[in-house]
Design a protein around this ligand. Structure first.
Ligand SMILES: [Fe+2]
Length: 135
């Protein structure tokens, strides 16, 4: 069993977004794997860097999709994305500066960070997006 498993409940009904959410989940699992086997700081920094980069790419794709189908909650969703990105970037700075390390506490934070965002925020656009077939 992986640190974080995909659940049917995570599906927002849009294939490209589901695939990207799975990719984020994979990166979090890889980070957990590196931490669990006591991987070097550079390796941890590398995987966390991938998480930040992929999150940027994914948020921008998701925002484009919401925009394309005229989703009314776009501005609010963008604000939430930028706060989420800020949280991970702040941790990345701590890690790169040697003031923090990847811990189980951080991993649990990241797991909740992604799953709560999907289940609580992304789900709000589900019916709007799927009824307009923007995928
Ligand atoms: Fe989102």
């Amino acid at each position: 069993m992986a640190f974080m498993d995909w659940q049917a409940a995570y599906s927002v009904g849009v294939l490209s977004i589901d695939e990207q959410h799975r990719a984020l989940l994979d990166i979090i699992n890889r980070l957990h794997g590196v931490m669990s086997r006591g991987g070097a700081a550079d390796e941890l920094k590398g995987v966390l860097g991938e998480l930040v980069a992929y999150t940027l790419y994914h948020f921008s794709h998701e925002e484009q999709m919401m925009d394309r189908c005229g989703y009314p909650g776009l501005a609010e969703h963008k604000r939430i994305h930028s706060a989420l990105l800020g949280q991970v970037e702040a941790f990345q700075k701590e890690l790169v500066g040697g003031r923090a390390t990847v811990s189980l506490q951080l991993m649990t934070f990241l797991k909740d960070w992604l799953s709560k965002h999907i289940l609580e925020t992304d789900m709000r656009y589900r019916s709007h997006m799927t009824s307009r077939r923007a995928a």
